[in-house]
Design a protein around this ligand. Structure first.
Ligand SMILES: CC(C)(COP(=O)(O)OP(=O)(O)OC[C@H]1O[C@@H](n2cnc3c(N)ncnc32)[C@H](O)[C@@H]1OP(=O)(O)O)[C@@H](O)C(=O)NCCC(=O)NCCS
Length: 221
């Protein structure tokens, strides 16, 4: 039976889009399908692929997020924009090793910038299995997510995160000064990347959830 996509994870037809090459240089090559984590770095050789998330990945993704981010992850302001919603169509990804185990996750969510404002995406959470930190998996997930969002025609991506990490993908706080999260957050950590020039010009106000709602679970009596 085909994998279900209960969280609105659509197939982009690009399930095997990114190759992760983490060798001596730890370079990421985002245009092919598989790579290895170099045994020369004391790690077992392991192929990693960035693929669309499926229903079968949900439990593993949640366990990974609990481990990587801790229990407070569900109290973040970003969570308010995600709760009860599906990720933006075609924009939920996992990093899988050769055995199929989920080693990383990233999703993007539909929001509007202020009441009735322009549409944008909110990225997160991004997390990698702690046993494989600094091996390029987070970067591969980010590059794939940004490329797919651009391919699908989105104008801008926002996130709340560490600028020293996300600036390498083009994110900055330059255009988020008039924007706000719906809850507590550190202003300097609200970052954005324009995929279309000018997409954030004049954008102001509090981000609002705009994603498709999750269907209520039907429980058999
Ligand atoms: C942050 C995270 C996703 C990065 O993924 P990763 O696969 O370990 O990172 P990559 O291999 O792509 O990149 C590693 C580089 O990023 C740097 N880096 C990692 N986290 C960083 C951070 N928070 N701030 C600044 N730099 C960071 C590393 O020092 C390393 O730098 P180098 O290339 O100069 O050596 C991962 O560490 C993680 O899951 N952390 C816990 C969850 C989390 O904090 N998520 C992000 C929420 S903002």
């Amino acid at each position: 039976m085909a994998a279900q996509r209960p969280e609105g994870v659509g197939s982009t037809g690009c399930d095997l889009l990114r190759r992760l090459e983490v060798g001596a240089s730890r370079a990421v090559t985002p245009s092919v399908a598989f790579g290895d984590i170099s045994p020369s770095r004391g790690e077992s050789a392991r192929a990693i692929a960035i693929v669309a998330e499926t229903a079968a990945d949900v439990a593993a993704r949640e366990a990974l997020l609990d481990e990587a981010m801790g229990p407070k992850r569900k109290t973040k302001s970003s969570e308010k924009l995600r709760r009860g919603r599906r990720p933006s169509e075609g924009l939920a990804f996992v990093a899988r090793d050769a055995s199929g185990t989920v080693m990383g996750t990233v999703r993007l969510w539909d929001v509007t910038l202020g009441e009735g404002g322009p549409a944008a995406l909110l990225l997160g959470p991004l997390a990698v299995d702690p046993s494989l930190k600094n091996a390029g998996i987070g970067s591969a997930l980010m590059r794939h997510a940004v490329a797919e969002a651009a391919r699908l025609g989105h104008g801008a991506i926002l996130l709340v995160g560490d600028a020293p990490y996300y600036q390498r993908f083009g994110f900055s706080s330059q255009k988020t000064g008039s924007l706000a999260m719906p809850g507590p957050y550190e202003r300097h950590r609200l970052l954005a990347l324009e995929l279309v020039d000018g997409a954030l010009e004049g954008a102001r106000g509090t981000l609002k959830a705009a994603g498709r709602k999750l269907k209520a679970q039907v429980v058999a009596a």
